[in-house]
Design a protein around this ligand. Sequence first.
Ligand code: ADP
Length: 190
Amino acid sequence: MINIVLFGPPGAGKGTQAENLKEKYNLKHISTGDVFRYNIKNETELGQKAKSYIDKGELVPDEVTIKMLNEIVEENMDSKGFIFDGFPRTEAQAEALNDLMDSKSTQIDAMIALEVPDEKLVERLLERGKTSGRKDDADESVIRNRIKVYYEETAVLKEFYKKENKYYGIDGVGSISEITERISKVIDQL
Ligand code: ADP
């Protein structure tokens, strides 16, 4: 299996790149944000648990998120590998992901981090908010809170994967296809 963590702040372009990469490498794309939004739309119990956090731009509690992620991986163990998009976002999630990979006798091969300046992130998310219908993209203060949460809780994961020699930083500014190329160079070397 090839398992990639696609990493970066909100608006870095993880979802867009994951769409290209999943076709190119035939990997299963798991976006925790998409799974939460699907559950909110369908008014499931999970959706109800997640909604208030997402609307404020806070993280959904680890317990809820980790359980959900474990279930999706379990259901897709026939795939060639995974692109994790939006997970892990905390150290507890990263530990849980390592344990899960261990239990499947596989591993995370790389964390590929898209680097984009903050002001560009806000600009992209406000633009996306015009068409995405996402409440958390519509309000600049919620956007800024998501970026703040990223720096406070998520950015430390760079160190986590650096320690494991799995960290690859990529310039996330450029055309979509240029960035796919940059990421592909990393994946092709794994
Ligand atoms: P973005 O990266 O643009 O913020 P996502 O679709 O990845 O968008 O996530 C949207 C929201 O879903 C996050 O702000 C957070 O509330 C919740 N969420 C997604 N993934 C996680 C996670 N791994 N842990 C906790 N909350 C999460």
